[in-house]
Design a protein around this ligand. Structure first.
Ligand code: ADE
Ligand code: ZN
Length: 328
């Protein structure tokens, strides 16, 4: 399925950093992060909470706008090799100048330059969703939202929240989401990954987001599944991530197909691909193998993703033509 054009809506820029790239930066800067890799050079972690620590350790090697320029290019190269033509990537001012607006603008400029280069050279389009991190708390999230509001535009199109879903509640971040909404940003929130249906309900009702990151545990409450279908809420489903982190035992046990059958708008993304030994091409291949999804189903997924994308109408029209040409 490598050849099929793909739309990815849920990808963490730092979480997509190839391990060799991070090792290279660590070597250049003499930073000791050897403990985060296994003998084969892959990221090593015990569970989700350990994953968050390893993720933050790897990110500590990214220290300048130039590093983010290189990271953005490296990530888009991997995505383009999987057939991704449009990607929305979570960007974190927490890791880019400690949420200082002036510093953030320099990091963002570097990422945008890399995105422009990738678009020219590889035909992949990137948009950014600024993301606060739940376990860093509401105060830092406010500063992140201010960075988002200051840089909202044609490249920064959304605002969201990631991190440890077991800590605090969506309503604790209401100020940040209202600030982002008033700046014209579209909204998404991670929920229903480590928290159950009540966590998805809180994100929907308290933050009024139009997309949910993961959201798969909504399947544990069919009234909520019906509500998601009626509202037209889009789930950014990352099956390989859920399976690698032990949420579901294998691809056949994953609820994506049932959510789809029950009328929920589902999309497919990789989350943090090298951490979960995945790529967009692999996600498609595994779904085709385990669920017998065919080209028609993947076209539906891509169209749902494009409809739910946070970019402007002209960009959508251009990407839609690419999809239609491949499926003609
Ligand atoms: N940050 C990076 N990946 C994440 C995930 N799967 N859940 C929550 N926060 C994350
Ligand atoms: Zn995520």
């Amino acid at each position: 399925m490598t050849q099929l054009p793909k739309i990815e809506l849920h990808l963490h820029l730092e979480g997509a950093a190839p391990p060799a790239f991070i090792r290279g930066l660590a070597k250049e800067k003499s930073i000791d992060i050897g403990g985060i890799f296994d003998a084969d050079g892959h990221y090593k972690y015990k569970d989700f909470w350990d994953f968050l620590k390893v993720y933050e350790a790897a990110t500590s090697t990214l220290q300048s706008p130039e590093d983010y320029h290189r990271l953005t290019l490296a990530v888009l190269e991997e995505s383009a090799a999987s057939g991704v033509v449009y990607s929305e990537t979570f960007l974190s001012p927490d890791f880019c100048g400690n949420r200082d607006v002036g510093a953030w603008k320099e990091y963002l400029h570097a990422m945008q330059e890399a995105a422009d280069q990738a678009e020219r050279q590889m035909g992949i389009t990137l948009r950014g969703i600024i993301t606060c991190i739940r376990h860093f708390g509401p105060e830092k999230a406010r500063e992140t939202a201010l960075c988002a509001a200051e840089t909202a535009g044609s490249f920064i199109t959304g605002f969201g929240i990631a991190g440890d879903e077991k800590i605090l509640a969506p309503k604790d971040f209401l100020w940040s989401f209202d600030c982002a909404r008033e700046a014209g940003l579209r909204l998404t929130a991670h929920a229903g990954e480590w928290g159950g249906p009540e966590s998805v309900r809180a994100a929907l009702h308290d933050l009024n987001v139009e997309r949910i990151g993961h959201g798969v545990r909504a399947i544990e409450d069919l009234a909520l599944v019906d509500e998601l279908a009626e509202r037209g809420t889009v789930l950014e489903v990352c099956p390989g991530s859920n399976i690698a982190l032990g949420l579901y035992k294998d691809w056949r046990a994953h609820p994506i197909a049932e959510l789809d059958r029950r009328g929920v708008k589902v999309t497919v993304s990789t989350d943090d691909p090298p951490f979960f030994h995945t790529t967009m091409a692999r996600e498609y291949d595994r779904l085709a193998d385990a669920l017998e999804w065919d080209k028609g189903q993947f076209l539906k997924i891509a169209q749902t993703s494009l409809d739910a994308a946070f970019c402007d109408a002209d960009t959508k029209d251009r990407i839609r033509k690419t999809l239609e040409a491949a499926h003609a």
